[in-house]
Design a protein around this ligand. Structure first.
Ligand code: FE2
Length: 467
């Protein structure tokens, strides 16, 4: 029997016409065939339609209930039905999941990369993925890797499976149609997708040339940040996270290859059928996507610049309260209204390390040089802040500047408590901006002993303080 539940729509049209379930951390269920989900138990002797029951666990069996993640998949054939894994030839060679002196370098230097050109030769998502930096080890289940990708062709007769960690994918150019075992996700630039550890997925490129960023976390999963005094609402709302609905195909694909990333190395296993053969599923361990334009930003409404943590979309925690393995933070369009305040980000040094990317538009602290598709890295305690041009333009505006709206921008940050090591190819890359430091070298001293130029300071120094 050959049964396809898909339509004959093109990838482009399919990406725009998918249906989703809504929510974060929900226990979802979805059927592509009515009655395919066993109604009363997870693993009946015989499943409806003769399907196999298979569990995928995203946490240990004994994790506390509030953290426990698993889903049950009901599929035509179980995922174990494949030939042995063999090292992929040719391998990727630019993927790292255990960072040490043999594969990466330490440097406190401020780093910035220009956008990478999309290759001319046929390159799919897996071959076009390369690690920039990271820390820790996928084997020890603690750490992260930051990758980027450039691709120009859809994955063909193959699926990817990452045994090392969760992928948070940030497309910057070109939509992605991501087929997963739970169904399909259409992900446009301005949206993100999370593919949890172990799920098999294939990436098609409805728009052709594609580029983007990936944060990979080892040993934990993303969750929504607590809101504290903000209250019950704000930032990313659970209902705006979208989960695929069941979609499957029962079709022979001779030579179909599962590409498994395991310890940063790639392994191929051949089978003769599509891995996207799940007719129904239920559980809380699922791929999902999120539209960044749905983010409800909070910020100062009187003075000073809030810490960027106020813009956290998702966080991957460590065991230390308030200390993230990796935060995903965005800088979306928003109003700036602070009075007598230097409104762009302040100059600072951070015990956390900050990797930034730009999806579109500009970034308020960098007048030049930080481009869509580019990236920057400011590691632990490495000073950074607005470039000379941004600083001078801001103070030239004076104290009487009114509300301003930042538009046409979507920058983001992967921020980690672990200090990244940088891959050799990233430091040797032709798009590394060797003149990055020049953007601050021109910062001149505005120091003066004339207190009249700084009335608030003068008042404080005269011992009067503000009432
Ligand atoms: Fe920073």
């Amino acid at each position: 029997m050959e049964l396809r539940t898909s339509t004959t729509l093109s990838d482009s049209s399919a990406a725009d016409h998918l249906t989703y379930l809504s929510g974060f951390d929900n226990h979802f269920s979805s059927e592509a065939l009515a009655g395919a989900l066993p109604p009363d138990q997870n693993s009946p002797l015989l499943c409806p339609y003769g399907l196999y029951a298979e569990q995928i666990s995203g946490t240990s069996f004994t994790s506390p209930r509030k953290h426990n993640l698993r889903s049950w998949l009901y599929r035509v054939k179980p995922s174990v039905t494949h030939e042995p894994f063999k090292p992929r030839v040719p391998s990727n060679g630019k993927l790292v999941s255990e960072f040490n002196q043999s594969n990466s370098c330490a440097t406190p230097t401020q780093l910035r990369w220009k956008p990478v050109d999309i290759p001319d030769s046929p390159t799919d998502f897996v071959d076009g993925l390369y690690t920039i930096c990271g820390a820790g080890s996928s084997f020890l289940r603690h750490g992260y890797a930051i990758h980027m990708y450039t691709a120009n062709k859809s994955m063909d007769n193959s699926a990817f499976c990452n045994a090392d960690g969760d992928f948070l994918i940030v497309p910057q150019k070109g939509r992605l149609l991501i087929t997963t075992e739970c169904g399909r996700l259409g992900v446009s630039p301005g949206e993100i997708a999370v593919l949890p550890q172990g799920f098999r997925f294939a990436v098609n490129l409805p728009d052709g040339p594609s580029r983007g960023y990936v944060a990979e976390i080892f040993g934990t999963h993303f969750q929504l940040p607590d809101l504290g005094p903000i209250g019950a609402n704000g930032l990313a709302s659970p209902r705006d996270f979208l989960v695929p609905t069941a979609w499957f195909e029962d079709k022979i694909y001779p030579g179909y290859t599962i590409v498994q990333k395991f310890g940063g190395e790639l392994f191929d296993a051949v089978q003769d059928f599509s891995p996207f053969n799940v007719a129904a599923w239920h559980g809380n361990y699922v791929p999902y996507k999120y539209d960044l334009s749905k983010f409800c930003p909070y910020n100062t409404v009187l003075f000073d610049h809030s810490d960027p943590s106020i813009n956290t979309v998702l966080t991957a925690p460590t065991d230390k309260p308030g200390v993230a393995l990796l935060d995903f933070v965005i800088f979306p369009p928003r109003w700036l209204v602070a009075e007598h305040t230097f409104r762009p980000p302040y100059y600072h040094r951070n015990c956390m390390s900050e990797f930034m990317g730009l999806i579109h538009g500009g970034y308020e602290a960098k007048a030049d040089g930080f481009l869509p598709g580019g990236a920057s890295l400011h590691s632990c305690m490495t000073p950074h802040g607005p470039d000379t041009k941004s600083y001078e333009a801001t103070i030239a505006g004076g104290n009487d500047v009114g509300p301003q709206k930042i538009t046409d921008t979507m920058a983001f940050m992967f921020e980690s408590s672990l200090i990244p090591r940088i891959c050799r190819w990233a430091l040797e890359s032709p798009v590394l901006d060797h003149d990055y430091y020049q953007c601050w070298i021109g910062l001149k001293s505005h120091f003066t002993l004339d207190h009249s130029t700084s009335p608030k300071t003068a008042t404080l120094q005269n011992g009067h303080g503000e009432k």
